[in-house]
Design a protein around this ligand. Sequence first.
Ligand code: SAH
Length: 388
Amino acid sequence: MLDDSPINLLSMDRKTMESFFLDMGEKRFRAKQLLQWIYQRNVVNVDEMTDLSKSLRKKLGLEACFTMPEIVSQQLSKDGTCKWLLKLRDGNCIETVYIPEKDRGTLCVSSQVGCGLNCTFCATARQGYNRNLDVDEIISQVWIANNALESIGVGGYFQDDDSTNQSSNSTFTVDQRRPVTNVVMMGMGEPLLNFDNVVASMNLMMDDFSFGLSKRRVTLSTAGVVPAISRLAETCPVSLAVSLHAPTDDLRNRLVPINKKYPIEQLLDACRQYVGEKNRQRITFEYVMLKGVNDSPAQALQLAKLLVDMPAKVNLIPFNPFDGVQFARSNSKTIDRFTETLLDQGVFTIKRRTRGDDIDAACGQLAGNFHDRTKRSIRMSQQRVSFS
Ligand code: SAH
């Protein structure tokens, strides 16, 4: 970007925005005002920001902008799930999904354009990888979802009072019911490989002057980038989910190839350390149920053994098939038996309901539409991947 091109105010968390205003010769508190306008009142036009002086509005009009991805399409599933295809400034497209439930509205947010990890059962992996998302591209997904859902009258959940970071000096008085009450970094990409931008965005999600979500309501899901798990514990201890999917290294190496670099034992050590530090919450272990591959009672016992001393919750995800994939979903009896085996071993286990599959919005189905710089998508279409 040229030095004199306008700076995107959506790319700044509170600290960065405070420095921006101080550098301009303005007071620090301008950052709080700006954040409230943008994220609490959905206002992205400086002329409407009536508590800023005229001269500051003029300066911001010249030097700053509020650039967001453009909504290419919005699809509403029959179960209320909503999926957006968003076009970024370079023409690449990503997907974001909203999943309404009785007591919450969860937004599944993307962190990269595509994914470089190549998990063998994931549709995003098939599409290859282009680049990391910037802070503005990540936080805009939450802004766009709230704004779009409010304008179509979907959502409207009360934020409960579990937010420990509510600040009493916030002067903001508008009704804080927003459609998005929870965020899961479970869309396209591996969030821990885009660490700084993801952390800055999650800080914005949790900022009292922005969306004000508590850290319990922001979950980061990783395939197991071990060194970054420790960094996250120190810098931004949100709720953690780990895509485990297999109870042995041999099988996990084949399903989640990053396991060859960071095997299960190292991964679980990092998880134990994560809960041991500031974060007392259980870690969620995601386990996609693949017919005849990882769903036997013996594998359930192996999994229970792995998690014996871990504050864990296992989330069993029925596999969502897509074109050309060699895996099949375990049948419900098998999933029930797997669940019972884990429960008998004292492991807290839930089966995730598949949502939004009529609009390809379920786990692992997010594909976007982008230029694959890795050429993996071409290689994959030329060769049938076999798994045995
Ligand atoms: N890279 C991160 C974030 C993606 S989260 C991670 O791996 O955790 C997406 C979740 O959906 C992960 O648990 C992923 O393993 C799972 N998933 C991927 N493809 C799937 C599919 N086809 N069916 C069900 N779950 C899938």
